[in-house]
Design a protein around this ligand. Sequence first.
Ligand code: UDP
Length: 343
Amino acid sequence: MTSATGETSMAFSDPDLIVVAGGAGFIGSHLCDRLLSEGNQVLCLDNLQTSRASNLRLLEGRDGFTFVEADIVLPLPDAVMSQAHRITRVYNLACAASPPQYQADPEHTMLTNVVGTNHLLRLAERSGARFLLTSTSEVYGDPEVHPQIEGYRGWVNCTGPRACYDEGKRAAEALAFDYVRTKRAAVRVARIFNTYGPQMHPDDGRVVSNLICQALSGRDITIYGDGSQTRSFCYVSDMVDALIRLMESDIDGSEPVNLGNPVELTVGDLAERVIAMTGTSGDIIYQPLPQDDPRRRRPDIARAREQLGWSPQVSIEEGLERTCAWFAAELGSVRELAAEAAE
Ligand code: UDP
């Protein structure tokens, strides 16, 4: 490669690089794993705010994997910017996603979505890379339209405790689509619905991890409200498959795509399944429903089916079995380590 000044550079012979911001988190670590398995070079950027150190340990040492500890709210470090010429894809999964965690530091949540997304969009612009934003079903708020289609504009409380996340993601979408309109970057926007599976943080506060960890340790099962609210749960391998398909698709970057499993369950149903699967002796206890907790949520995935040829493959029964087995092993090794430390 010869530059405008006549100098010869080897830079462009470096292999392509995929950036995964939030790559040490739950979905992000599965995404890094899959991209590495397919022979890609992956640069994982994470501030380790909500990730599990063990997720990172599964990736470190793998061929093609680089980890950079950084917070996307701050200007991206040289370790990332110096690789801009190699970067062909930027996945943005960087944000706390569980209500207790994103509400713990709401200012940081909002800035992660707005300032952080802008930093990554600028990186994509500079690299000429394609950018994928992981947005959320929370952009629909407590929806009046059911199931939720991408054209529904949502019913979000912009003054409530969920607003830092919901409005932050809505602003991130606005930014991403402005980059498309002004032809600054090629963008894909995924609206992710509830996702679960191995490598969730046991303490992250979400319903699947809470219920399974409570059941496996014989503690009481916490249901918020009366348990009649619904969610639709997607197993993580299906979600990763959808994200890669979306990134690699020719889908017009001016429209978001719902990604999730349309099988809808009440929280009460979910608790019963977990109780039956684990045979726990714990009781169900009812706690107050958090403010602005959506009553119903189910994705309409017609767009993903038609344009990505994607639909979830892992049933809720199979996904819960795998997740329970993983948490059982995980909690067992935590207990063993605690016992060893006490000896
Ligand atoms: N929930 C529950 N018990 C828990 C945790 C959550 O009943 O221990 C409820 C929560 O109020 C919500 C649903 O389960 O109605 C899903 O909550 P989660 O935090 O997993 O995700 P959300 O979809 O609300 O972002």
